[in-house]
Write a protein that binds this ligand. Structure first.
Ligand SMILES: Cc1cc2nc3c(=O)[nH]c(=O)nc-3n(C[C@H](O)[C@H](O)[C@H](O)COP(=O)(O)OP(=O)(O)OC[C@H]3O[C@@H](n4cnc5c(N)ncnc54)[C@H](O)[C@@H]3O)c2cc1C
Length: 445
């Protein structure tokens, strides 16, 4: 690669705050809200035109259950539930008895509710603003660099939260990272209007997909509450890409739109259905890119066995859900069940990990993750929260969903203020103390 030298220049400091948050999905917004509710002055920057990330710009409209696997006791508290109530009140969310689709919502309304939330909490926000760098002195970050319509400027804060999904801020700071050999592939989603009643679309895809450049692939779809006759479609992955790379991300977006229209054409040709695309995502649904090392790497078997921690900052029940590199999906449930599905017609294979491994200990009704999953060792004043988390592939399959990442966001907000109020060093604060504050602030049970 050739290089040219960018001339050194002075940057204006456009804002000073206690806490800076990069990335405004629910993970980032909830981190910002928690910090603001603890009295911090907070600034949040988001590169898109809205908050919500994958849940809004990516159109993914499902939050999983907040209850244990018996579906009786609530194990997840905090802003996911608060936001669900707001969405429900406006007729934009439906609660179901199915743990895997427990909370279905309209992504458009979520954008609007997140706008209202950040305004109510007096958080300084910048949309269409990308975080492009950071400045540090020794192990302390002193400014984040951002770019938007006003040009390039700096934001100074006491503590930084990276909620960019890919961990952009961590990358600029050179925090130790790793990538799995096989990344869970992205799925660009879209919205359809039209009735597929009586149409076996999975069979049609399996039979005619190759004519339209559609490989045999596992997909799913869901209603959108408040929008009759509209479905969210997540029919196709884009394989072999790493969406933290510019070329791969560009290819994924374009290939996603091509597949959406190809599927529509396939159904028009081979069935009586006449679906119309009424919405394309403005952000491809990215499942996995890079991970950053922290003191604790989440372990899938510890989760399945129900390991407990005094400093738990996350509780969950969402199954281990791993999308493989060529159209298969594997689920592991806490009760032992495993399911493997492959291709449009799914071709189920069932198993039981408890029986296969002779596990006699009682079944866990939910799993926990300790605070140290958020604590990197290189800098005193930054946390990354979101899908860049430190987890093995099985743990990652369960933790990457929003009810879980939302909790990481809330914990990051609380930990940021806890660090500012004490020694200023997140590596030295007590996870048990963070958990206590999460409970007293309504973020944990
Ligand atoms: C197709 C699909 C289906 C899924 N299904 C479900 C499901 O049913 N339920 C569920 O809970 N989860 C589901 N998931 C997983 C879940 O949606 C994601 O893992 C989760 O939303 C990731 O959240 P995040 O906050 O880490 O990242 P993101 O949602 O990717 O958010 C990152 C945010 O940061 C912004 N950003 C990025 N870089 C910068 C920067 N440099 N400066 C400023 N802003 C930046 C982005 O614009 C974005 O808003 C699904 C994922 C996919 C792809």
């Amino acid at each position: 690669m050739n290089y040219i030298t960018e001339p050194e220049k002075q940057l204006p400091v456009c804002y000073e705050a206690d806490v800076f948050v990069a990335g405004g999905s629910c993970t980032g917004v909830f981190a910002a809200v928690r910090a603001a509710r603890m009295g911090a002055k907070v600034v949040l920057v988001e590169r898109a035109n809205c908050f919500g990330g994958t849940a809004t710009a990516g159109l993914v409209n499902i939050w999983h259950s907040l209850k244990d696997t018996d579906y009786k006791n609530q194990v997840i508290a905090g802003l996911t539930g608060e936001m669900t109530e707001r969405l429900e009140k406006s007729g934009s969310a439906i609660l179901t008895d199915d743990p895997s689709t427990a909370i279905k919502f309209d992504p458009n309304r979520l954008k609007y509710e997140l706008d209202k939330l950040v305004i109510e909490e007096k958080i300084k926000v910048y949309l269409h603003t990308i975080c492009v760098g950071a400045l540090c002195e020794n192990d302390e970050i002193i400014a984040a660099i951002i770019e938007n319509k006003d040009g390039r400027s700096a934001v100074k804060a006491k503590f930084y939260i990276d909620a960019t999904g890919d961990g952009d801020l961590m990358k600029y700071l050179g925090v130790t990272s790793y990538r799995e050999n096989t990344l869970q592939p992205p799925t660009p989603c879209f919205l359809w209007q039209g009735d597929l009643e009586g149409v076996d679309h999975r069979k049609l895809i399996a039979e005619h997909g190759s004519e339209f450049g559609l490989p045999d692939d596992f997909g799913w779809s869901e209603d959108v509450p408040g929008l009759p006759n509209i479905t969210l479609r997540a029919d196709f992955h884009v394989f072999g890409v790493d969406c933290s790379k510019a070329d791969d991300l560009t290819y994924t977006e374009i290939e996603g739109r091509r597949k959406a229209y190809a599927l529509t054409e396939l159904l028009r040709k081979y069935s009586d259905a006449d679906p119309r695309i009424v919405g394309l995502n403005s952000l491809a649904g990215i499942r996995e890119t890079v991970h950053y090392k922290t003191k604790y790497k989440a372990d899938g078997w510890d989760m399945l066995y129900g390991k407990r921690y005094d400093d738990a900052i996350l509780q969950g029940t969402y199954r281990i859900d791993m999308h493989d590199k060529d159209g298969g999906v594997k689920f592991f449930y806490l009760n032992g069940k495993t399911v493997y599905m492959k291709g449009a017609e799914r071709n189920y294979v069932f198993g039981n990990w408890r029986e296969e491994n002779g596990v006699a200990i009682p079944e866990a009704k939910y799993y926990q993750i300790p605070f140290s999953v958020l604590v990197q060792e290189q800098y005193k004043n930054i946390i990354a929260a979101g899908r860049m988390l430190n987890a093995d592939p099985m743990a990652y399959g369960a933790l990457r969903v929003m009810v879980n990442l939302n909790q990481l966001g809330e914990a990051a907000g609380v930990a940021a203020v806890t660090a500012i109020d004490s020694c200023g060093d997140v590596r030295k604060i007590s996870g048990v103390d963070v958990r206590k504050k999460l409970i007293s602030g309504g973020s944990a049970l």
